[in-house]
Design a protein around this ligand. Structure first.
Ligand SMILES: [Zn+2]
Length: 109
């Protein structure tokens, strides 16, 4: 049984996957206290490292996967990366683009 599977089993049994305390209200398998700690650790990391940290915790059985985040939901990150690269690439030509826009609007009016 992997740590992740053990965590799933504890969650099925209605227990916090960290402390094993029976807790009716759990978020991602964690009791209120442990979910709070998980959030604080996550928030202390730079945004770009959070997903990696979360994946690590899921593998270690320290938090359950967020069911709402499926593989297809992660796809927009690919757009973010492409968008950043695109913006960096066109930064040099921005002045030129701006003058083009203003001449267009003069023509329109
Ligand atoms: Zn707990």
């Amino acid at each position: 049984m992997t740590p992740a599977e053990k965590a799933q089993a504890l969650n099925q049994a209605g227990m916090c996957i960290i402390c094993g305390t029976p807790a009716k209200t759990r978020t991602r398998g964690l009791c209120r206290m442990h979910h709070g700690r998980f959030r604080r650790k996550l928030d202390s990391l730079p945004v770009e490292e959070r997903e990696q940290f979360e994946t690590h915790l899921i593998e270690q059985g320290l938090v359950l996967p967020n069911r709402r985040v499926s593989a297809s939901d992660r796809q927009p990150l690919a757009f973010d990366e492409a968008f950043t690269a695109f913006k960096e690439r066109r930064e040099g030509s921005e002045e030129h683009a701006a003058s083009d826009e203003s001449s267009d609007s003069t023509r329109g009016a």
